[in-house]
Ligand binder design. Structure first.
Ligand SMILES: [Zn+2]
Length: 240
């Protein structure tokens, strides 16, 4: 009787311990697709998504490049200020809004074409230095050195007229301007930095108002390759 029980226990033990390594291997195999990032593991690794937000970020050596990559894991120096900041004319922006000259020139060309179609692009915020606000997992505020606004290449759009208490309150995604931008902004070198459904990759909420200048080559290449985030584009083509 005892012998039988001992034999049964030994068999069970052998099964459990014998299968454990296989179970582990299956689990590791499964993580290759990295469903928690919704991207393939190679891209997630290049973006350092396995690291804690803002912890040991990689510092960009060229913060003035139009292809500079900024995220919760990649930053520019906190003291960086672009050289050629220009005020945006008040018909296109709130008072005091500045953009880098190359970004502004591209914006003005685009704005004229939008106006021809009865649309009114209007900038609420351009160049700025973020102060530290929110936790590391906050999907609305970027910490200092981690905001595209600090490059002078990004801006937030809103609707001219009565001021609303937040950018989300404008519901920019429902406007004809947004619709037009999604179809045409790339031709002028602009991309939407934080598209819908990409928070697992960008670390930020859907921001229909936040557009960034990367130049026409990259913006067109992203469109043609079906890549909706600069994060994925950078990881695939620019990170090496
Ligand atoms: Zn913004």
């Amino acid at each position: 009787m005892y012998v039988k029980r001992i034999l049964a226990l030994m068999l069970l033990g052998a099964l459990v311990f014998g299968l454990a390594p296989f179970a582990l291997a299956i689990k590791q195999e499964g993580s290759v697709e990295s469903p928690e990032y919704g991207a393939n593991a190679a891209i997630a690794l290049k973006l350092r998504l396995d690291e804690e937000n803002y912890k040991n970020p990689v510092l960009s050596l060229d913060p003035s490049s139009t292809s500079v990559f900024i995220s919760k894991h990649f930053c520019i120096p906190k003291a960086y200020k672009p050289e050629n900041l220009v005020y945006v004319d008040k018909q296109y922006a709130k008072k005091g809004v500045r953009l880098r000259e190359d970004c502004l020139n591209a914006f003005l060309t685009m704005a004229l074409d939008m106006q021809k179609e009865g649309l009114s692009p209007y900038i609420k915020s351009g160049y700025r230095v973020n102060r530290k606000r929110g936790s590391a997992n906050n999907i609305w505020y970027a910490w200092p050195g981690h905001s595209e606004h600090q490059t002078g290449l990004a801006f937030d759009l809103c609707l001219k007229g009565p001021k609303k208490k937040s950018l989300s309150a404008y519901k920019y995604e429902t406007t004809n301007e947004y619709d037009w931008l999604c179809k045409n902004a790339y031709k002028y070198g602009f991309i939407l930095s934080y598209p819908e459904g990409k928070t697992d990759i960008t670390g930020f909420a859907f921001e229909p108002w936040h557009w960034r200048y990367v130049g026409t080559y990259i913006a067109t290449d992203m469109k043609q390759n079906g890549l909706s985030t600069f994060h994925e584009y950078w990881a695939k083509y620019l990170s090496d």
